[in-house]
Design a protein around this ligand. Structure first.
Ligand SMILES: [Zn+2]
Ligand SMILES: [Zn+2]
Length: 426
């Protein structure tokens, strides 16, 4: 019987994993520049945490969780997102003591039982930031700035934030009533999910993926007209900060996030080159969540996004194409004596640079072809004749130039030449 990866999962093979590594590297470096530190969360948590933290009415909790009972009868769930676990950890470890602002990031796989389709998997990766412990609109602006900066650092120029306010418990009841009033007359035209949303939380109807529902919502009233004074001032300050920081953004009053816990700021970052499904990340403020999950009342703000979507975006826009950068040096040898001389050179080179070689006793010609295919910058050639004379040939694959070097000077010669070529690049 031939096994396959479970439906909705996939292997990331070496031809693609270098893209993942590059994204993770840039993400970590960006998080570092913005002063966020990594948290590594458990893969599963108590089911109740997600039901409380994400919201009973959400699609995630109603239909998409991987929930199982362990051997002691506890209900556990594979994490479908990172915020609930981060907040649980924040409370458990009393990170907010001394009224500190806690700034955390994660980069890890999540699990949702969704219908698999292009770019959507049941095990998928997310990166995210959470800043817990401040109401300051400057924190919201920092997280939005981070998100735009990250995509630009990855080479995706022209990313733009869309910002909105989701209001707060003071102003949303009036807005919900207004929505019910305006939408009630045509409720029978909405999908069944929207009819449930209408009763439980009509703002969630904006998250419907049904085209017809979205058309019906086009002339729905904007939340910005229903904001209380505090929310309106907070939102104005977020926008002022973004302007002063020269972060590209627009106000999009129709945007609502799919999670119940957002209050005040919500945002997405979009890229025009990606068409309708152009959102690269989404986030916002969740001032009630820490208390909802059993902590002291603590305001917070965060962002998260799927890594698979980002890879598709970087590939589709031509930012990340082609293959992985090849090894710096390929060492080709012929005959068992030469292979031993090559082994010594390889061991020395690998102290500082990447080296590939042949272990299949192929001809020198085949090895040179392989070196070209891998994209090696230099090739060291050691044949029987070279071994006999105690030398090696060093070939620069870019210029085609080759030199004979004493065997014990190969490493030094390569390092000098590589240094010279990186300097002439600049
Ligand atoms: Zn409000
Ligand atoms: Zn609908």
């Amino acid at each position: 019987m031939a096994y396959k990866a479970p439906r909705g999962t996939r292997d990331v093979l070496p031809d693609e994993s270098w893209k993942w590594q590059r994204i993770e590297r840039v993400f970590r470096a960006t998080a570092d520049r913005f002063g966020y530190r990594e948290i590594r969360l458990p893969v599963f948590e108590e089911t109740e945490l997600f039901a409380r933290g994400i919201g009973d009415a959400t699609d995630i909790v109603r239909k998409e969780m991987y929930t199982f009972t362990d051997r002691k009868g506890r209900s556990l769930t594979l994490r479908p997102e990172g915020t609930a676990g981060t907040v649980r950890s924040f409370i458990e470890h009393n990170m907010g003591r001394g009224a500190r602002l806690t700034k955390l990031y994660y980069f890890c796989p999540m699990f949702r039982y969704e219908r698999p389709q292009a770019g959507r998997y049941r095990q998928f990766w997310q990166w995210g930031l959470e800043a817990i412990g401040s109401m300051n609109p400057a924190v919201d602006a920092e997280i939005i700035h981070f998100s735009v900066d990250l995509f630009e650092s990855l080479g995706l120029a022209g990313a733009e934030a869309r910002v909105n306010s989701a209001g707060c418990p003071t102003c949303t009841p009036a807005y919900n009533e207004l929505l019910r009033e305006r939408l009630g007359g045509k409720l029978d035209q909405f999908c069944d999910d929207c009819k449930v949303r209408y009763e439980r939380n009509p703002r969630r109807m904006f998250d419907c993926k049904n085209e017809h529902c979205l058309e019906l919502l086009e002339d729905a009233p904007s939340i910005l007209e229903s904001l209380c004074e505090e929310c309106a001032e907070h939102f104005a300050s977020v926008r002022k900060h973004l302007e002063r920081m020269s972060v590209r953004f627009v106000v999009d009053s129709s945007m609502a996030r799919g999670l119940d816990y957002y209050t005040k700021t919500v945002f997405e970052v979009h890229h025009e080159g990606l068409g309708a499904q152009s959102a690269l990340c989404g986030g916002g403020r969740y001032d009630a969540l820490v208390e909802e999950l059993g902590g002291a009342p603590t305001p917070a703000c965060g962002v998260s996004s799927g890594v698979e979507r980002l890879i598709t975006a970087l590939t589709d826009t031509g930012v990340m194409t082609g293959t992985e950068p090849g090894p710096s040096v390929y060492v080709a040898s012929l005959g068992s004596e030469a292979a031993l001389a090559a082994a010594a050179v390889i061991a020395e080179l690998r102290k500082s640079i990447s080296v590939e070689t042949d272990y299949q006793s192929r001809s020198l010609k085949a090895q040179m072809k392989e070196a070209g295919k891998l994209g090696a910058g230099h090739v060291v050639i050691i044949g029987e004749d070279e071994v006999a004379r105690g030398v090696a040939v060093v070939k620069n694959m870019t210029t085609g130039e080759q030199n004979e070097v004493a065997a014990d000077e190969v490493v030094a010669a390569l390092l000098v030449e590589r240094l010279a070529s990186t300097q002439s690049d600049k």
